[in-house]
Write a protein that binds this ligand. Structure first.
Ligand code: HEC
Ligand code: HEC
Length: 386
């Protein structure tokens, strides 16, 4: 990435990206699914990206920023929510480009999304138009393990998805011990672009099968990400969103539910379907990994990277659809330690289109009783005055 997003604008995004480590319960109840707020109801000047929920809209902004490697402030005045609504020359150009891309795909690719902002821009404001001899004859950059794809038949003797997942469950302490952990509470520190590298206290609560809440105590108030198994919400403390709390929809909601479910990894085989393996060998930080892919209930592929040696999960990569293209999200798991007989990662690093946050636990306690209110819709702070 050539340019980092400024911290204020990133935090706006992270409020949305957030539900990664978030989420909550399902317990078979039929709580109605909330109707999420639409971007055009919340924001003031939406002309082309209409019909999106607030989180989908913000995801789309993240996609644009990543595709052009542009800071939010390169298209927006970012002092207040109202200033985001003002038009700037770049913002106007971006609107035209959105219409151009839609027309390109419609007239040439039968409406399939074959061309996105990234196809031309490649993380640059101005697309290159002349081939580079240095690139043509230079050493290609190392392979990105996130981009490995299945090609051809798997090597003889390669483990099946089931074998890799069983080894993981075994490495964590075995199915029986995992099933005996039905809740946990953790405390530690959070740092991210939105905290400018400072550390803030964080609390994480999870209850089986699929409730999870993360509370970051920021200076501006508590940034809370909650999933109750059906719905997921983020509060907007520390961001410029003009609403105190918003619900997640689409891929963001699916991702939130999955992270809540994966808090209890004994369920991993059931949480996803269509498990596949047969990826070419790749490494993460010089560790050889087995790559296994599953599909979440909404049919989004999710890749899991397991350390060949220890069997433990090192990384998860998934994609969330936006109005213009897919946003990758990566979660790295590290520093596994024993908690009541099962191994839990004490460090979680989430990397999203242009933001990264790290939670480091100082304490994780299993099978604690947790107030049910922790998993219901958070109230959020009164938003900052525009
Ligand atoms: C390349 C230019 C570009 C970049 C970079 C960009 N945006 Fe936007 N943004 C737009 C355009 C264009 C619109 C209006 C979309 C429309 O009219 O449908 C918009 C609208 C918005 C709005 C709605 C404001 C209102 O009240 O109408 C918000 C909020 C916003 N962007 C946030 C962000 C954030 C946060 C980032 C950084 C991650 C960002 N944008 C990066 C082009 C950009
Ligand atoms: C088919 C190629 C192509 C695609 C796809 C494309 N762009 Fe562009 N874009 C260009 C070119 C070429 C320029 C430079 C034009 C110029 O300098 O006059 C440009 C310029 C821009 C600029 C102005 C940059 C500056 O220096 O101020 C913005 C903003 C922009 N594009 C946004 C987008 C967005 C957002 C998307 C996706 C919705 C997108 N573009 C998709 C080709 C493309």
């Amino acid at each position: 990435m050539k340019r980092g997003l400024n911290s204020r604008s990133v935090s706006m995004l992270q409020a949305v990206a957030g539900c990664l480590l978030v989420v909550a319960l399902a317990n078979g109840q039929t709580a109605p699914q909330e109707k999420p707020q639409m971007a055009e109801e919340v924001f003031k000047n939406i002309q082309v990206l209409r019909g999106l929920t607030v989180d989908q809209f913000m995801g789309t902004m993240g996609f644009i920023a990543a595709a052009l490697s542009m800071n939010c402030s390169e298209c927006h005045h970012t002092g207040s929510a109202a200033e985001y609504a003002e038009d700037t020359p770049r913002k106007q150009t971006a609107r035209k480009m959105i219409l151009m891309v839609n027309a390109l795909n419609k007239s040439n690719f039968g409406g399939q999304r074959e061309v996105t902002c990234y196809s031309c821009h490649r993380s640059d404001a101005r697309p290159k138009i002349t081939p580079s001899l240095a690139e043509q004859y230079g050493t290609p950059p190392p392979d990105d393990p996130n981009e490995v794809e299945i090609s051809g038949t798997p090597a003889a003797g390669a483990p099946s998805a089931d074998q890799v997942l069983n080894k993981y469950i075994q490495a964590l302490g075995g199915a029986q011990r995992l099933a005996s952990v039905t809740s946990f509470a953790g405390k530690g520190t959070y740092e991210g672009f939105d905290t400018e590298g400072d550390k803030f206290p964080v609390e994480v609560y999870a209850r089986a099968p699929n409730e999870r809440t993360t509370i970051v105590h920021l200076r501006a108030g508590d940034n809370i990400r909650t999933c109750d198994g059906r719905n997921a919400w983020n509060t907007s403390a520390g961001t410029l969103l003009p609403i105190p709390v918003f619900s997640l929809s689409g891929g963001d909601l699916e991702g939130a539910k999955m992270d809540a479910g994966l808090s209890f990894p004994g369920q991993i085989k059931q949480l996803l379907k269509d498990w596949r393996t047969g990826f070419p060998s790749t490494t993460i930080d010089d560790k050889d990994v087995d790559v296994v892919q599953g599909s979440s209930p909404d049919n989004t592929p999710v890749k899991f990277y397991f350390d060949k040696k220890s069997g433990l999960l090192l990384r998860q990569v998934r994609y969330t659809d936006t109005a213009l293209g897919l946003n990758p999200t990566q979660i790295d798991y590290d520093d596994y330690r024993d908690v009541s007989g099962v191994k839990m990662p004490f460090r979680l690093t989430t990397t999203w289109t242009d933001g990264r946050s790290t939670i480091v636990f100082s304490e994780l306690r299993a099978n604690v009783s947790i107030d049910a209110a922790k998993f219901s819709k958070p109230a959020g702070n009164t938003p900052q005055k525009p």
